[in-house]
Design a protein around this ligand. Structure first.
Ligand code: FES
Ligand SMILES: [Fe+2]
Length: 419
C-alpha cells in the first residue's frame, strides 16, 4: 500500500494544528518532493492540492510494505511509518552510510534517494564506486533506471551519452564531440565493507573523515535496514538520552561512567547498566558497559561489553537521510574474535559469526523499541529538560556545527523568524 502526504499545515491559514503538524514556532517546512527548491512550501505556506509543483511524481511517499531485509524477530512490532511528518531540521553535513559494498558489484547501477536529491550509484569495471546526480544533463533521463556501466563510464539509457566517474560527459552516439557538461558527483568513501557518502549542508567539501572501525579481530558486519520518518539528529540524540534507556528499553541502574566528551565532529559517551537476559527477567540480569563513538549525526559505533560472558560486541547505528524527514537507518553488528592463530582461526571465526547471528535479533528488538517514538515525535527545539535526562543540552550544542545556520537547533534562526 502506498500513502500520500497531506498538505503542509499553516497555523495562520489552516487554524489549530492537527496532531503531528507544524508547531507554529517557525520551524522551516519543506515539501518532501522538492525539499524547498520551489520555495512554495517554505514557512508553512500551502502546496496547491498537496502536490509539489516541481516534483508531482513524488506525491506518494514511503512504501508501507515489509522492509527490504525481510522478517527479523522483533522487527514486526513497528507500525507503518506515518504518512509524512513535517521536516524538523535541514539535512546536516556529514558522512552517511549508503549501503554495504557487497550490494554494489562491478557494473551494478542503482537509483538512490540521498540528502533530498535523486542520485544514481554505480560501480565501474575497475571497481570504483560513483554517486552522481540521477538526471542526465542532456534531456533529463533518470540514469538509475536503465543506465548501464561501460568500462569506466555510465551510459544513459535515453540517447547513450556516457559520463565518467567525475561526472563529465565523455561520449555521445552521434559521432560528434560530446557537449561540455558534467553531472554533479558526491564524495564517497569505502571502508570495512561499507559505502559512505558526504553531504555538505553549505555545499562544502568533506572537512573530516571516518576512522576505520572493522579492522583487527572482528567478524564481518551483519546489517539490517529500517525505514523511518525521522531525522539523523533525533536518532543520534538517543545516544545521550539517559532517561529513555530505562523508560523505553527497561535498562536498570543506568550510570554515566564518564562525562560526555566532544572533539570536532566526534562525540563519546560511556554508560553502565543492567538489563534482563530475556524479556521477563526470569533468567536473570546482566551488567553491560557501552562506549559510544559518534561521528557526525550519521555514524555511531557502540562497543558493548557483556562482562559475565566476556562477550565484546560492536554495534553500528548508521542513519542515511533520504530527505529531511525520512531516514533509512542501517544497524549493524560485529563480534570480537578470540586471539587465536593457525588452523583453529577459521573455526573461531565461524563460531563468532554464530554468536553474532544469535545476538542480532536482540539488537534489532532494542532498536525497534525506539522506532515508533522516532516515527511519531517532533523535534522540540526548546525542550523542558529535567535532572536525569542526560547531557542532551551539551549534545544539542555539539550538533550546531553540522548545520548552515547553527540557530536552527535552538529554533531561533533569523531566516525562520522572518517567515
Ligand atoms: S537524456 Fe541522457 S543521453 Fe539523452
Ligand atoms: Fe534507544
Amino acid at each position: 500500500m502506498m500513502r500520500t502526504f497531506d498538505m503542509v499545515h499553516s497555523p495562520a491559514m489552516d487554524g489549530p494544528r492537527p496532531p503531528g503538524a507544524c508547531r507554529g514556532r517557525g520551524i522551516r517546512l519543506w515539501c518532501p518532493g522538492c525539499q524547498g527548491r520551489t520555495g512554495v512550501a517554505r514557512g508553512g505556506r500551502r502546496m496547491a492540492g498537496g502536490v509539489c509543483p516541481l516534483r508531482p511524481a513524488r506525491r506518494t511517499l514511503h512504501p508501507c510494505g515489509p522492509g527490504p531485509s525481510g522478517v527479523i524477530p522483533g522487527a514486526s512490532v513497528l507500525p507503518d511509518p506515518p504518512l509524512w511528518s513535517p521536516p524538523m531540521l535541514p539535512i546536516p553535513s556529514g558522512w552517511f552510510c549508503i549501503g554495504a559494498s557487497e550490494t554494489l558489484p562491478r557494473h551494478a547501477v542503482r537509483p538512490l534517494r540521498f540528502a533530498g536529491q535523486d542520485r544514481v550509484l554505480f560501480r565501474t569495471a575497475s571497481g570504483e564506486a560513483v554517486l552522481m546526480e540521477a538526471y542526465c544533463p542532456h534531456l533529463g533521463a533518470h540514469m538509475g533506471h536503465g543506465g548501464t556501466v561501460e568500462g569506466e563510464t555510465l551510459r544513459c539509457p535515453f540517447h547513450g551519452f556516457r559520463f565518467d566517474g567525475s561526472g563529465a560527459c565523455t561520449a555521445t552516439e552521434y559521432g560528434q564531440r560530446p557537449p561540455r557538461v558534467r553531472a554533479g558527483t558526491v564524495p564517497l568513501d569505502e571502508q570495512d565493507g561499507l559505502l559512505f557518502a558526504w553531504h555538505g549542508s553549505r555545499g562544502e567539501a568533506p572537512g573530516w573523515h571516518l576512522p576505520p572501525t572493522g579492522q583487527g579481530s572482528w567478524t564481518a558486519i551483519r546489517l539490517h535496514e529500517i525505514p523511518l520518518s525521522t531525522h539523523p539528529q533525533e536518532i543520534a540524540e538517543n545516544s545521550v538520552d539517559v532517561g529513555h534507556l530505562r523508560a523505553v528499553h527497561g535498562y536498570e541502574s543506568v550510570q554515566e561512567r564518564e562525562p560526555l566528551r566532544t572533539d570536532g565532529p566526534n562525540l563519546e559517551a560511556r554508560y553502565r547498566f543492567r538489563r534482563r537476559l530475556e524479556p521477563t527477567g526470569r533468567l536473570g540480569r546482566l551488567t553491560v558497559t557501552i562506549d559510544i563513538h559518534q561521528w557526525g549525526l550519521g555514524c555511531a559505533m557502540v562497543d558493548t561489553h557483556v562482562a559475565p560472558m566476556g562477550l565484546r560486541l560492536r554495534n553500528y547505528v548508521l542513519a542515511m537521510p533520504e530527505d529531511a524527514s525520512r531516514t533509512l537507518l542501517r544497524i549493524g553488528l560485529r563480534v570480537a574474535l578470540p586471539e587465536v592463530r593457525g588452523p583453529v582461526r577459521g573455526a573461531a571465526d565461524l563460531a563468532m559469526r554464530l554468536v553474532r547471528d544469535a545476538s542480532f535479533p536482540g539488537y534489532v528488538h532494542d532498536v525497534m523499541q525506539d522506532a515508533p517514538i522516532w516515527n511519531h515525535k517532533v523535534f522540540e527545539p526548546r525542550p523542558a529538560l529535567a535532572r536525569g535526562d542526560g547531557p542532551i543540552a551539551e549534545y544539542r550544542r555539539w550538533t550546531e556545527q553540522f548545520y548552515p545556520d547553527p540557530a536552527v537547533v535552538r529554533g531561533t534562526a533569523p531566516s525562520e523568524a522572518a517567515e
